[in-house]
Design a protein around this ligand. Structure first.
Ligand SMILES: [Ca+2]
Length: 265
């Protein structure tokens, strides 16, 4: 059987941020390599990176050349994390196809102003969801409520730099757009998008599941101490009671990036 290698780089694209359609660049080509963790710049294998899938309590580490085995029992889409000192936390939506198609994951060195503001997988909603919801099969965490609130200090960003919110991974959004993209199997109903606020200003909506969402924050709304709030949507077809969309978020960071990264043509 021909094997396909997924090469997933951090590739930050902002054009679709308000539609929430942001995901890492995925290149596929034929190879027989094992799963591998590399430095995204040098492409060199990285040893002793920690690879975890929290929802199934799976942990392994990369070997001295960066390779690793994934002998995990993955039934539905779930979050895989890669952590290594000196590198940004990497997260990726995986399903059981990764057991057949080796992963090559490029992770990025941290920058001085990176702030990791969440740890692990966060489930928002009310724990009421259909088995046909986007990726409900691996929802094993109880919802902590319908919104997330985190504070962060004002990042030091120059005139040519943007402050951005990175959401590493989103699973479970049952929006109209997620449905159009074939991300859930619910016949008719859908939910409103999740909303992202900074200091009470809405900065983005999240409509599509995936990895590596990037939201540029207008620096004029930032203060010395800031509040990031992410609210999950609600089922627009349930009028008898409020049914929040049960979603999972992972790997939320605040970063400072060069503005040229987002140049629009
Ligand atoms: Ca719900």
């Amino acid at each position: 059987m021909r094997k396909v290698l997924l090469v997933i780089y951090f590739c930050f694209v902002s054009q679709f941020v308000f539609a929430g359609v942001i995901s890492g660049k995925v290149d596929r080509y034929d190879t027989n390599y094992q799963n591998k963790i590399v430095d995204s710049k040098t492409q060199k294998g990285l040893s002793n990176a920690k690879i975890t899938i929290p929802e199934i309590h799976y942990t392994t580490y990369s070997d001295k050349d960066g390779t690793f085995q994934l002998n995990a029992d993955i039934s539905d889409k779930t979050v895989l994390f890669v952590e290594k000192e000196g590198y940004k936390v990497f997260s990726l939506t995986v399903d059981n196809s990764v057991l057949k198609n080796p992963l090559k994951l490029g992770i990025e060195q941290t920058s001085p102003f990176d702030m990791q503001i969440t740890d692990g997988v966060i489930h928002l909603g009310d724990n009421l969801f259909s088995d046909n919801s986007a990726n409900s099969g691996d929802f094993r965490l109880n919802a902590k409520g319908h919104y997330l609130s985190q504070t962060f200090k004002r990042p030091s960003a120059g005139a040519n730099q943007d402050v951005v919110i990175k959401i590493g991974t989103i699973i479970g959004l049952d929006t109209k757009k997620a449905k159009q993209f074939g991300q859930n199997r619910i016949a008719k109903v859908y939910s409103s998008p999740a909303e992202v606020f900074v200091n009470g200003h809405k900065v983005a909506i999240l409509e599509v599941n995936g990895d590596n969402h990037t939201i540029v924050v207008n620096k004029s709304i930032l203060k010395d101490s800031n509040e990031l709030v992410i609210k999950t949507g609600r089922n627009l077809f349930q009028t008898e009671y409020v049914d929040y969309d049960d979603i999972e978020l992972a790997n939320i960071r605040i970063e400072v990036q060069e503005k040229t990264y987002y140049a629009r043509h």
